[in-house]
Design a protein around this ligand. Structure first.
Ligand code: SAH
Length: 363
């Protein structure tokens, strides 16, 4: 009996160590995993934790029996204090006795509540999955990406949660930069040189936000008193899934807008598919002559910071290049103007435009 009193904790400690080693290995390997493997791993982890809860429950029951049953009186003999200390140190800190008791009393399904370790693992999984989805978007044509997001809206949500997390780390968000551009330039009247093109009679500007994410641009431009001139904005926000009511679901290679209906077309970090030339073509189609194309992209997408090749391709597609602004540390911005009909007719509609995928670092 006395022996049992000592052996039980040591066995438990060994098992704890084994479990911790297993989890550490899983944690190190998670970064290399993708897709379904990640999902399987999360399920395995859950199973592990459920089994652990069951074991803990048995342990609690056993120790309760041991201390409460007078037949086990010897078990009440105090353990050697140094051994006790060692055992205490080896016990997982995240499982204080009260939490353990509460767990033992809770029904089975509550094991889905995540422990700190599971939470950490889940964050790693989300990070890994975000990078995986991101890579798919940059290395597939838009039809495939569109299909994935239509069939699995949860993948889209995962991507956007990850993207939001990335944006929070950036010193500047390019969407805000475009919002400022509108504000600054609206000091001038519509269609004035250096201003914003628009419908002067109606004091209105029509904007298409291609690959809008959460349609923040539409939200900001619709704010009361956005422009001192009380210019009205009609913003069409397109993305592959409807994160909110402002968004119209569409593949940006084919959006539901008539020809020559917009004054400004924005691509903010949205040139993601391998068929990105289709997106530019679509932008040109819906743009009025003298309308603006605004593009922001991550600098690392341009091999050796070669912006000129990209610019030349867009010039050949019928756009006049106005500015390249690479003053920001992370982003480069371009402004193009749609040429008049005559010039635009001579354009090359199918140039090979290649940009490197944007690979986000591990968190
Ligand atoms: N412009 C937003 C979001 C950038 S993330 C911002 O800067 O905050 C890129 C967005 O483009 C994603 O929401 C992605 O779903 C969208 N996107 C990429 N390819 C697309 C396509 N072919 N059609 C519609 N949206 C697309």
């Amino acid at each position: 009996m006395f022996k049992v009193g000592f052996n039980l904790p040591e066995k438990v400690v060994q098992e704890e160590q084994l479990q911790q080693k297993k989890k550490k290995n899983q944690q190190q390997n998670v970064e290399k995993l993708t897709g379904n493997e990640l999902q399987k791993m999360m399920e395995e982890l859950r199973k592990d934790e459920t089994q652990k809860t069951k074991r803990d429950r048995k342990k609690t029951k056993k120790s309760k029996e041991t201390t409460e049953n007078p037949e086990n009186a010897e078990a009440k003999v105090p353990l050697d204090e140094t051994k006790l200390k060692a055992t205490r140190q080896k016990e997982p800190k995240s499982e204080p006795t009260t939490a353990l008791k509460r767990k033992a009393e809770e029904p089975e399904h509550s094991s889905k509540k995540l422990t700190p370790l599971q939470l950490k693992m889940q964050q790693k999984l989300s990070g890994a999955r975000f990078r995986w989805i991101n890579e798919q978007l940059y290395t597939s044509c838009s039809e495939r990406a569109f299909d994935i997001f239509q069939k699995q809206p949860e993948v889209f949500k995962e991507y956007h949660d990850g993207f939001r997390h990335q944006v929070e780390q950036w010193p500047e968000n390019p969407v805000s930069n475009f919002v400022d551009q509108f504000k600054d330039r609206l000091i001038k009247p519509l269609n004035a040189p250096g201003g914003i093109p628009g419908d002067k009679a109606g004091n209105k500007v029509v904007v298409a936000d291609m690959g809008c994410g959460e349609a923040e641009l539409a939200l900001k431009l619709s704010e009361k008193n956005f422009s001192r001139r009380k210019t009205q904005f009609e913003v069409h926000s397109f993305d592959m899934n409807k994160a909110n009511e402002r968004i119209t679901v569409a593949d940006i290679k084919n959006v539901p807008l008539p020809d020559e209906s917009c004054h400004v077309v924005v691509f903010c970090l949205a040139l993601m598919g391998t068929n990105l030339a289709d997106f530019i073509n679509e932008g040109i189609r819906i743009l009025k002559p003298n309308g603006l194309v605004w593009i922001a992209e991550i600098k690392s997408r341009f091999e050796g910071n070669d912006y000129a090749t990209f610019v030349n391709n867009l010039k050949n597609m019928g756009l006049y290049h106005r500015t390249t602004d690479d003053s920001n540390k992370m982003f480069v911005k371009f402004e193009f103007v749609k040429l008049s009909h005559k010039l635009a007719n001579a354009r090359n509609k199918n140039p090979e435009i290649m940009l490197k995928p944007c690979i986000y670092k591990r968190r």
